[in-house]
Design a binder for this molecule. Structure first.
Ligand SMILES: O=C(O)CCC(=O)C(=O)O
Length: 347
């Protein structure tokens, strides 16, 4: 019998095995403990209807967003303005991409986290000890014209469909950043201006079915490094958020997107708004696709809160830092529950 060739991508490795390979098995004590998860649908993650964001009721929606950012760090939005066919197209082309033959997918493969466009697996295979049950395509998306020509050219509709989705996601991110600025009592344009020339990254995550989901993670607990994340997920559950020390399932709600605050907004709000731990678990029945849009500052932008948010009772929580400085630390640290932001505490 021919020897089995090591497969870089998990999608191809799973076809050869009915067990979680040792490379993906978490040590006892660092496993999902699925029985203790709060699995009620949404379990109190606020659901905010954005229908009235541009109208006389705007201040009520802004208030709800501010409250969710302060107490949960996570919320879901409906009537978010991204057309249904654009959302559907994004999920379809993502699935088509991951179902292409290995030889076609491998044209995009790289394990170099510094590459702006790459297909890879786990999180950072160069540094981590245990791999995660995920393949992912990482795309830089803003400014679109600087990156789109480097995106995969297969499936043939990929660039057009994902380009359209990324523009819609950016428009929504900007609307949310404006609302968030207002909710902090700042000028509507504050966050958008504070984030310099802006950047937008997208991950297209593919979690194959897993024969032993209790042994591994799609992604272990982590906080997002960017300012705000807009998560599109297919109909399969997997995302969990930490609330009051418990893991809570954020099950998909039709036509809703999940929004969460990342570390940059926590710093820009001087700790008023929370970047919260979340993780992804996998299951033995279905593959799962999720598409987070990570909206962030440009690498050179200095992250520091507005003067209005700093006073005697709210002293400066972090020394000012550039996003580049932070991002390098983040990739070096790897995904872990310790916050990378703590390295930027003053003194
Ligand atoms: O797949 C998900 O639901 C979340 C993905 C995520 O947290 C990430 O890509 O950082």
């Amino acid at each position: 019998m021919a020897p089995t060739v090591a497969k870089p991508l998990l999608s191809d490795l799973v076809a050869q095995t009915r067990q979680v390979p040792l490379s993906h098995v978490r040590p006892v004590g660092d496993r999902p403990d699925l029985a203790s998860v709060d699995n009620e649908s949404g379990a109190g993650i606020p659901l905010i209807d954005l229908k009235n964001l541009n109208g006389p009721e705007r201040c009520k929606v802004v208030e709800a967003i501010g409250k969710a950012c302060e107490s949960d760090g996570f919320f879901m939005v409906t009537n978010h303005g991204i057309p249904e066919d654009v959302v559907r197209g994004m999920l379809l082309v993502a699935r088509e991409f991951f179902h292409m033959p290995e030889s076609e997918r491998m044209k995009c493969y790289s394990d170099d986290p510094k590459k702006a466009i790459r297909l890879s697996t786990s999180f950072n295979v160069r540094t981590e000890k245990v791999s995660n049950w995920r393949d992912f395509l990482r795309l830089h998306c803003y400014p679109l014209e600087s990156f789109i020509d480097q995106w995969p050219s297969n499936p043939p509709s990929f660039r057009q469909v994902v380009g359209t989705y990324s523009k819609e996601a950016r428009a929504l991110a900007l609307r949310l950043l404006e609302a968030i600025s207002e909710s902090l009592g700042l000028e509507r344009s504050h966050m958008v201006t504070a984030m310099g020339r802006h950047a937008q990254h997208m991950a297209v995550n593919y979690y194959p079915p897993c024969p032993q989901p209790e042994l591994t993670y799609g992604l272990p607990g982590h906080k997002d490094p960017n300012a705000i994340t807009l998560l599109l997920q297919d109909g399969v559950s997997g995302l969990q958020v930490q609330r009051n020390g418990r893991w809570v399932a954020v099950n998909p709600v039709p036509n809703a997107l999940v929004i969460n605050i990342g570390d940059q907004l926590q710093a820009l709000s001087n700790d008023r708004y929370k970047s919260v731990l979340h993780r992804v678990i996998v299951n033995s029945e279905s593959e799962r696709i999720s598409v987070p849009t990570f909206y962030c500052s440009s690498p050179d932008a200095v992250i520091a809160p507005a003067d209005e948010l700093v006073d005697k009772t709210h002293p400066l929580a972090y020394r000012p830092f550039t996003y580049q400085e932070y991002y390098d630390e983040f990739w070096n640290m790897g995904l872990q529950s310790a916050s990378c932001l703590d390295r930027f505490r003053p003194g």
